[in-house]
Design a protein around this ligand. Structure first.
Ligand SMILES: *Cc1c(COP(=O)(O)O)cnc(C)c1O
Length: 462
C-alpha cells in the first residue's frame, strides 16, 4: 500500500513512513493511493467478533508490509486493553431507529483515544525497531492533547509537546494535559485559538531545518493512521444493526473532519452507509460550504462544545482531493487561497460530489443546551455538548434507515455546560476522581513560531 500527498509534490510513502511523517513535505495530507474493498460477505463475517479483531481486519490491507499480522494483532489488543467497556464502542438506543455510539470509554473519556492508543502502540513498535527518537508536537482544541499525552507518557524514545488555546478548553480537559508528571510530556498554553495552534504546528512542519533537527512527528488527525483507526467503529456499529444487509446512517459532531472522513472511508471500502451527516456548532464553515459552495473563514466563536471550535478543518482537504477527481493542483491552489485570502469557492462538479456524499446541519448554543435537557428527559442519558450538537442535527434526518449518532465525549469532561442544561453535575469516573487535587504543570507561550521552536529546542537539549 502506497500513500500519496493531496498536493502531489511530496514523496510517495509506505504506511509506516506516512504515520511517522504526519504532514507531507508539500504541505498536503497523505492518503492511500487506492482504497481497499471488502465484499458484503467479508463485512457480514465481522458479526460477533471482538472490537480488536474487527480492527485487525480493517487495518491490515492499509498497513501493507509495515507490520506483520501477529505483531499488529498484539499491538491492537494492547491499544484497547485500557478501555472501560468490554464492547469498546457500545451502542445505546435513544429512540425508534436512533442510536448513540458511545466512543468515550477510553482512558481520557473522548473518542480520540480510539486512534491515539493505536498510534501510540504502532509508533513505539516502529521506533523500537529503528532505534530512532522523535519529537511529537500536537495542536489540540482539548481532547487530542490529553489522548496523546496518555498514549505517550513515560515512553523512552518520544518527547511530546501539546499546544492548546489558553483559556479555551474546559478545566477537565486542561487538567488532563497539565497533571501527568512524566518528564517527556509538556503542555503549552498558547495565547491564541485552536486555529492558531494548528497554524503554528503547520509552520513547524514547513520549517524543514527545525523539522529535521528535532525529528518532528505529528499525531493530529492529519496523521493518516489516526483517521484509519477511526474507520473501525463505523463497521462494528453498522454490523451490530444488521449491516451490510441493512444500510445505516451516521451523524458526526465535526470539527477537523477526521472522524467523519473515517466514515467516508468505511463507505468507500464497501460498507452501505446511506447518509453521512456533518453536525457543526456555531462555528459552521462546513455546513455553510455544503449550503452555498463558499468555504470562507469567519473567525472562531468560543462555544460550549470547544473541541469543534474550528474554522480551518484540516481533513476537509482529503475530501476535496476526491471531489476534484484527485487533482492535486486544484487542491494546492484552493488551500493557498484559504490561507492567503481567507477562503475559496468549491467548483460546481466538486460541490455536487460533496452534496451526494454528505448532508449537514448546525446547532446554536441554545439548541445545544436544550438538546442536552431534552435527551435526558426522553431517554435518561446524559450527553456531552458535542454529542448534543449531533443529536440535534440528527433529528432532522431520522427515518426508516437506522441513524447512529456518534457520542464523542463523556459528559463529565464538560460538567459546567451539562449542569447548566440539566441541573445535574456529571461525576468523573473513579480513575479520574482526584484530577482536581493533582498539581498542574504548563508553560504559557505567545502565538509566535520562533518562541515555540526555541522552547522546544531548549527542552530537548537542557
Ligand atoms: C475532536 C472532537 C470532535 C471533532 O472531531 P473531528 O475529527 O475533529 O471532526 C468532536 N467531539 C469531540 C468531543 C472531540 O474531542
Amino acid at each position: 500500500m502506497r500513500y500519496i500527498s493531496t498536493r502531489g509534490a511530496a514523496p510517495v510513502l509506505t504506511f509506516e513512513q506516512a504515520m511517522m511523517t504526519g504532514l507531507a513535505r508539500d504541505g498536503g495530507l497523505y492518503i492511500p493511493e487506492t482504497v481497499p474493498q471488502f465484499t458484503a460477505d467479508e463485512i457480514a463475517a465481522f458479526a460477533g467478533l471482538s472490537y480488536a479483531e474487527v480492527a485487525l481486519r480493517v487495518l491490515t490491507p492499509f498497513v501493507g508490509d509495515s507490520f506483520q499480522q501477529d505483531e499488529l494483532r498484539s499491538l491492537i489488543t494492547a491499544a484497547y486493553a485500557g478501555f472501560n467497556h468490554d464492547a469498546r464502542a457500545p451502542l445505546v438506543q435513544l429512540a425508534p431507529n436512533h442510536f448513540l455510539l458511545e466512543l468515550f470509554h477510553g482512558p481520557t473519556l473522548a473518542f480520540k483515544d480510539f486512534a491515539m492508543q493505536v498510534i501510540g502502540q504502532l509508533m513505539q513498535a516502529a521506533l523500537a525497531r529503528s532505534g530512532k527518537r522523535i519529537t511529537i508536537v500536537g495542536a489540540t482544541s482539548g481532547d487530542t492533547g490529553s489522548a496523546a499525552i496518555e498514549a505517550f507518557r513515560g515512553l523512552a524514545n518520544v518527547d511530546v509537546f501539546i499546544l492548546f488555546p489558553d483559556g479555551r478548553v474546559s478545566d477537565v480537559q486542561r487538567r488532563q494535559m497539565t497533571t501527568p508528571s512524566e518528564a517527556n510530556v509538556r503542555a503549552i498554553a498558547l495565547a491564541g485559538d485552536f486555529d492558531d495552534c494548528q497554524a503554528r504546528l503547520k509552520d513547524m512542519f514547513n520549517d524543514f531545518a527545525f523539522r529535521d533537527a528535532v525529528s518532528l512527528a505529528g499525531v493530529n488527525s492529519i496523521n493518516w493512521a489516526r483517521v484509519l483507526s477511526q474507520v473501525v467503529y463505523y463497521f462494528t456499529a453498522a454490523v451490530s444493526l444488521g449491516g451490510p444487509m441493512r444500510p445505516v446512517s451516521f451523524t458526526v459532531p465535526t470539527g477537523n473532519f477526521g472522524d467523519i472522513f473515517a466514515g467516508y472511508i468505511a463507505r468507500q471500502m464497501g460498507l452501505p452507509i446511506e447518509k453521512l451527516v456533518i453536525a457543526t456548532n456555531q462555528n459552521d464553515i462546513l455546513h455553510r460550504t455544503l449550503q452555498s459552495g463558499a468555504h470562507t473563514k469567519q473567525g472562531v466563536n468560543p462555544s460550549i462544545s470547544p473541541s469543534m471550535d474550528i474554522q480551518v478543518s484540516s481533513n476537509f482537504e482529503r475530501l476535496l482531493f476526491d471531489a476534484y477527481g484527485r487533482d492535486p493542483k486544484v487542491v494546492a491552489e484552493q488551500m493557498r487561497a484559504l490561507a492567503e485570502e481567507g477562503g475559496f469557492t468549491v467548483g460546481q462538479g466538486a460541490l455536487e460530489f460533496l452534496r451526494d456524499g454528505f448532508a449537514s446541519g448546525r446547532a446554536s448554543e441554545e439548541e445545544t443546551l436544550a438538546e442536552i435537557a431534552q435527551t435526558l428527559a426522553e431517554t435518561g442519558e446524559l450527553i456531552c455538548p458535542h454529542t448534543a450538537v449531533a443529536v440535534k442535527v440528527a433529528r432532522d434526518y431520522l427515518g426508516t434507515v437506522p441513524m447512529i449518532t456518534l457520542a464523542t465525549a463523556h459528559p463529565a469532561k464538560f460538567p459546567d455546560a451539562v449542569e447548566r442544561a440539566t441541573g445535574v453535575r456529571p461525576a468523573l469516573p473513579a480513575h479520574m476522581a482526584d484530577l482536581f487535587d493533582r498539581p498542574e504543570r504548563q508553560t504559557k507561550l505567545p502565538n509566535d513560531l520562533s518562541a515555540l521552536e526555541a522552547f522546544i529546542t531548549e527542552q530537548l537539549n537542557p
